[in-house]
Design a protein around this ligand. Structure first.
Ligand SMILES: [Zn+2]
Length: 288
C-alpha cells in the first residue's frame, strides 16, 4: 500500500495519507494546487492569506478543502507558523487553548467561526495536538515537511510544521512529548507520517543550513547531508532527519510519503521550484 495516494473529491484533487487512514478513526490529507479559486494559479487551491489572493478567495479554498472531510471552517484550527518548536494542545470544548505544561489553565478564545467564518489561527504554533474528535488540525506548507501524528490507542492526533529550522529545533519530537505529557500517550503507540514536501532529490542547501543540521544530529548528520554537485552545497534529507527525531522520541511507526513537492510542481505547490511564487498547501488531520 502506498503511504499517500491521490483522490479527487468534487473536482478537488488531494493526497490521502492512506497509511494513517488505514488504522481507522482518522482522516489525513494534503492538498494539491488545483480545484480552488485562486486566479494566480488558474484554479489554484491556495491556503495562505499572504501570497496575493483576496481573503474571500482563500476562505473559499479553505471551505472547499474542509468540505471534503465533511467539515466547516469553524471545525478547524491552523498553526500560526513561525518556524519554531512550540506545540499547542487545542481544546475547543469550550473554545479555548492550553499550552502544554502551562499552569495558567484554559485560556478563553473568542469564537471566530460560524457560517461564512474562517479557520481559527493559533498564534506562534508550529505544532498542534488534540484529543477532540471532529476538530481538524491544519498547517500550511509549500516544501516544508508536514508531520502527521496519530495515537489510535489514546485517540490523540498531532500536526507539525517542520521546515529545516523546525526540524533542527526538534519540533517533531516536541510534539510527541506534548502528546505524552498532555494526553498520556505511549510513544510506541504513535504512528507518524511524513507528508509531501521537498525531497533529498531537490533540497540543495548551503553552510548556514548545514551547520545547524550538524549541530543537531552530530555523527548522524553525514547521512542527511549528501554533497551536491556545486562546491560547498549539500542535498538535505529532511524526511530522514524527521525520521531520526521521531525514532529517538520512541515513535512506534513512521511512514514516509516520499512525494517531493519540487519534483511534482505540476500537481503541488513548491516554494523552491516556483522561485517563491507558490501558493500554500494544507496538511490536515482529523479524528472521526
Ligand atoms: Zn525532488
Amino acid at each position: 500500500m502506498s503511504v499517500a495516494t491521490w483522490a479527487e473529491h468534487e473536482g478537488v484533487p488531494v493526497l490521502r495519507l492512506r497509511a494513517l487512514e488505514a488504522l481507522g478513526g482518522v482522516r489525513a490529507i494534503f492538498t494539491g494546487r488545483r480545484g480552488g479559486v485562486s486566479p494566480r494559479w488558474g484554479d489554484g487551491l491556495n491556503w495562505s492569506l499572504s501570497v496575493g489572493d483576496r481573503p474571500e478567495q482563500v476562505r473559499e479554498n479553505r471551505r472547499r478543502t474542509l468540505a471534503i472531510l465533511g467539515l466547516d471552517p469553524g471545525d478547524a484550527v491552523m498553526g500560526g507558523l513561525v518556524h519554531g518548536d512550540r506545540v499547542v494542545a487545542v481544546d475547543n470544548e469550550p473554545q479555548g487553548i492550553r499550552k502544554p505544561g502551562g499552569s495558567g489553565g484554559a485560556q478563553a478564545m473568542p469564537k471566530s467561526d460560524g457560517p461564512g467564518g474562517d479557520v481559527q489561527v493559533i498564534p506562534n504554533a508550529d505544532g498542534l495536538i488534540t484529543d477532540r474528535r471532529g476538530l481538524a488540525l491544519v498547517i500550511t506548507a509549500a516544501d516544508c515537511v508536514p508531520v502527521y501524528l496519530y495515537d489510535p490507542v489514546r485517540r490523540v492526533i498531532g500536526m507539525v510544521h517542520a521546515g529545516w529550522r523546525g526540524t533542527v529545533a526538534g519540533i517533531a519530537a516536541a510534539a510527541v512529548r506534548a502528546m505524552q505529557a498532555h494526553y498520556g500517550c505511549d510513544p510506541a503507540d504513535i504512528h507518524a507520517a511524513i507528508g509531501p514536501s521537498i525531497g533529498p532529490c531537490c533540497y540543495e542547501v548551503d553552510e548556514p543550513v548545514a551547520g545547524p543540521v550538524r549541530r543537531h544530529y552530530g555523527a548522524q548528520a553525514s547521512a542527511l547531508l549528501r554533497p551536491a554537485t556545486r562546491d560547498g552545497r549539500y542535498m538535505l534529507d529532511l524526511w530522514a532527519a524527521n525520521r531520526l527525531d521521531l525514532a529517538s522520541a520512541g515513535v512506534g511507526q513512521v511512514y514516509t510519503a516520499a512525494v517531493c513537492t519540487a519534483c511534482q510542481r505540476d500537481r503541488l505547490f513548491s516554494h523552491r521550484a516556483e522561485a517563491g511564487g507558490a501558493g500554500r498547501a494544507a496538511a490536515i488531520i482529523v479524528m472521526c
